[in-house]
Write a protein that binds this ligand. Structure first.
Ligand code: ZN
Length: 76
Protein backbone atom coordinates (compact mmCIF):
# COMPACT_ATOMS: atom_id res chain seq x y z
CA UNK A 1 0.00 0.00 0.00
CA UNK A 2 1.42 3.37 -0.98
CA UNK A 3 1.01 6.49 1.11
CA UNK A 4 -1.70 8.85 -0.13
CA UNK A 5 -0.65 12.23 -1.49
CA UNK A 6 -2.06 15.64 -0.72
CA UNK A 7 -4.63 16.53 -3.39
CA UNK A 8 -3.50 20.14 -3.25
CA UNK A 9 0.29 20.13 -3.10
CA UNK A 10 1.19 16.49 -3.75
CA UNK A 11 3.08 16.00 -0.50
CA UNK A 12 3.15 12.51 0.97
CA UNK A 13 0.71 12.21 3.88
CA UNK A 14 1.17 10.52 7.22
CA UNK A 15 -1.52 8.47 8.93
CA UNK A 16 -2.49 11.32 11.26
CA UNK A 17 -3.15 13.65 8.35
CA UNK A 18 -5.47 11.29 6.50
CA UNK A 19 -7.20 10.44 9.79
CA UNK A 20 -7.77 14.10 10.59
CA UNK A 21 -9.12 14.71 7.11
CA UNK A 22 -11.56 11.83 7.57
CA UNK A 23 -12.57 13.11 11.01
CA UNK A 24 -13.16 16.68 9.83
CA UNK A 25 -14.35 16.28 6.25
CA UNK A 26 -15.70 12.78 5.86
CA UNK A 27 -14.97 9.15 6.57
CA UNK A 28 -15.56 8.23 2.94
CA UNK A 29 -12.89 10.60 1.64
CA UNK A 30 -10.58 9.12 -0.94
CA UNK A 31 -8.59 12.30 -1.55
CA UNK A 32 -6.79 14.08 1.25
CA UNK A 33 -5.07 17.32 2.15
CA UNK A 34 -1.90 17.64 4.18
CA UNK A 35 -1.97 19.65 7.42
CA UNK A 36 -0.80 22.84 5.73
CA UNK A 37 -3.49 22.64 3.03
CA UNK A 38 -6.15 21.64 5.59
CA UNK A 39 -5.21 24.70 7.63
CA UNK A 40 -5.66 26.82 4.53
CA UNK A 41 -8.97 25.10 3.76
CA UNK A 42 -10.31 25.82 7.23
CA UNK A 43 -8.56 29.19 7.38
CA UNK A 44 -6.93 28.27 10.68
CA UNK A 45 -3.50 27.63 12.14
CA UNK A 46 -1.69 24.38 11.34
CA UNK A 47 -0.83 24.23 15.04
CA UNK A 48 -4.54 24.07 15.86
CA UNK A 49 -4.91 21.04 13.61
CA UNK A 50 -2.05 19.29 15.41
CA UNK A 51 -3.82 19.98 18.69
CA UNK A 52 -6.99 18.49 17.23
CA UNK A 53 -5.07 15.35 16.25
CA UNK A 54 -3.85 15.00 19.84
CA UNK A 55 -7.35 15.70 21.12
CA UNK A 56 -9.02 13.09 18.92
CA UNK A 57 -6.31 10.58 19.83
CA UNK A 58 -6.83 11.23 23.53
CA UNK A 59 -10.54 10.61 23.01
CA UNK A 60 -9.65 7.23 21.58
CA UNK A 61 -10.94 8.00 18.09
CA UNK A 62 -10.48 4.80 16.08
CA UNK A 63 -9.63 6.74 12.90
CA UNK A 64 -6.30 7.72 14.43
CA UNK A 65 -5.18 4.25 15.34
CA UNK A 66 -2.29 3.09 13.23
CA UNK A 67 -3.36 0.06 11.23
CA UNK A 68 -1.19 -2.44 13.09
CA UNK A 69 -1.01 -6.23 12.86
CA UNK A 70 -3.25 -6.71 15.90
CA UNK A 71 -5.78 -4.00 15.07
CA UNK A 72 -8.47 -6.31 13.67
CA UNK A 73 -11.34 -7.24 15.93
CA UNK A 74 -9.93 -5.15 18.73
CA UNK A 75 -12.00 -1.97 18.46
CA UNK A 76 -12.19 0.07 21.65
ZN1 ZN B 1 -0.85 19.89 0.83
Amino acid sequence: MTAPLCKQCGRELCHDETALHRRLIGKESTEFYCLACLAEYFDCDEKLLRQKIEYFKSMGCTLFKEPGPKAEGNEA
